[in-house]
Design a protein around this ligand. Structure first.
Ligand SMILES: Cc1cc2nc3c(=O)[nH]c(=O)nc-3n(C[C@H](O)[C@H](O)[C@H](O)COP(=O)(O)OP(=O)(O)OC[C@H]3O[C@@H](n4cnc5c(N)ncnc54)[C@H](O)[C@@H]3O)c2cc1C
Length: 408
């Protein structure tokens, strides 16, 4: 019997070639060039979801995408959000009162809407241009050792790396293999996601309606199209998603109204139960978790991938600094530095998002009055609004360099 091939050795292996894994691998390769041996491993590296899922890229994560060379390809496909309006109301209210409005004062976009597929395609091209290697296989086993971790792949190959980065999504296999526990709870809501077409132009306006069943977002896309993320309690969502297209559109019109003219479906409708979950630790021996592998938040304020790209920026900065000094990118000091940098932001953002969702997803009159009052107070206080927007953009003074548009 031939002896099993000896494992290939890397500095860093990234499990998962979704947007987070691609962005991380591209950032470290761009900074270190031949000074780092890095590979991406993914069983479906070219997977697409058919222009269904969208992301609201905040300015910091957009700068990161630009810095790794993927924005030029993405920009013509991305729709700037010029204004954002937040409403609180009941589903069938004839008029819902606008509680909070952002933007419209200058030309700067509040965020950019893009299809997840387009973000991944642009990052894939940037990664290929940097010469990154992608191995098409799933990670099936993980064994950390003193100086290296060993990975086994679905096709029997083995790899060794000083650091393994788990960017393998919400159901992270690596997180389970490393026995990292998670905490979280069911939000009680299922999100229906679809792209719709409409007769009139949205003029870059994004709307978030807080309805008793859950938040309902209308997000402008290129052309006369919008992405909807429509949350309802599980049973209601299952029933609505199973409707014939014309009945589904009628239900949609109650929420969307006909202000943009007649509506039609421009994609399939997918119903996704939303759980709220984060890993108790973002690191384990020779392992760092990023993005959905580390945390799944309510997609209420478009923070899912934004939070993930903030992890990527923080981890890439730590790894590049350590490797430039000739230090081990997977040792305990490196990993703890990353965990300290991210934990507070992730836990506070996730809990904030969950609390906001709970506050709005009910119809008690005193609560309604209190939250409307709260939103109006925020609306009056422009500096507070700017601070909220800056935080959402990842612009704080201590933000990692990539989020500030600076090279590593
Ligand atoms: C309905 C919906 C709406 C959303 N809306 C927004 C929004 O408006 N704004 C926003 O910012 N975010 C949003 N999000 C969240 C956002 O889509 C995710 O945060 C983002 O896609 C996560 O990226 P990722 O790279 O971590 O994971 P993924 O994109 O899930 O990629 C994980 C990759 O890992 C690979 N993989 C899986 N198992 C293995 C294995 N064993 N070995 C190797 N590779 C493996 C998979 O093939 C996949 O390519 C939304 C999510 C959903 C579900």
């Amino acid at each position: 019997m031939p002896a099993a091939a000896s494992p290939r050795i890397f500095d860093v292996v990234v499990a998962g070639a979704g947007p987070a894994g691609l962005a991380f691998a591209a950032a470290v390769k761009q900074a270190l060039g031949a000074g780092i041996a890095v590979a991406l491993v993914d069983p479906r590296p070219d997977a697409r979801d058919g222009h269904l899922r969208t992301v609201a890229l905040a300015e910091g994560p957009r700068r990161l995408i630009a810095q790794v060379g993927a924005w030029t390809a993405l920009a013509p496909l991305a729709q700037p959000i010029r204004r954002m309006a937040i409403y609180d109301g009941r589903t069938r209210d004839a008029v819902r009162i606008e509680q909070l409005r952002f933007g419209g004062e200058d030309d700067e976009a509040l965020a950019h809407m893009a299809f997840n597929d387009d973000v991944a395609t642009a990052l894939r091209a940037a990664a290929a241009a940097l010469g990154l290697e992608t191995i098409a296989a799933a990670v099936t086993a993980f064994a950390p050792g003193r100086d290296m971790a060993e990975l086994e792949l679905g096709d029997g190959r083995r790899l060794r790396a000083r650091l393994v980065v788990a960017a393998d999504g919400a159901r992270s296999r690596l997180r389970a293999l490393a026995d990292v526990p998670t905490v979280g709870w069911d939000t009680g809501q299922t999100g229906m996601v679809a792209t719709i077409a409409h007769e009139r132009d949205h003029e870059g306006l994004a709307e978030q309606h807080f309805l008793p069943g859950g938040p309902f977002a209308i997000l402008p896309m290129r052309g006369r199209r919008s992405s909807i993320v429509w949350n309802e309690r599980h049973a209601d969502a299952r029933a609505i998603a199973a409707l014939a297209p014309e009945d589904f559109l009628r239900e949609l019109e109650y929420r969307f109204t006909l202000k943009l003219g007649a509506l039609s479906l421009a994609s399939r409708v997918e119903a996704i139960p939303f759980a709220f979950r984060f890993a108790r630790r973002f690191v384990a021996d020779r392992l760092a978790l990023v993005a959905d592998a580390a945390h799944v938040v309510h997609p209420l304020a478009g923070q899912g991938l934004n939070l993930g790209l903030r992890d990527v920026a923080a981890l890439a900065e730590v790894i590049v600094e350590r490797m430039r000094l000739g230090l081990d990118p997977g040792d305990a000091t490196t990993l703890q530095t990353y965990q300290r940098a991210r934990r507070f932001d992730v836990v506070s953002s996730s809990l904030g998002m969950d609390a906001l969702n709970r506050l709005f997803a009910n119809d008690l009159t005193p609560l309604r009055a209190a939250r409307d009052f709260g939103l109006r107070v925020v609306d009056r206080l422009s500096p507070l609004k700017r601070l909220l927007a800056a935080e959402a953009a990842g612009d704080g003074v201590k933000a990692p360099r990539l989020l500030r548009g600076l090279a590593l």
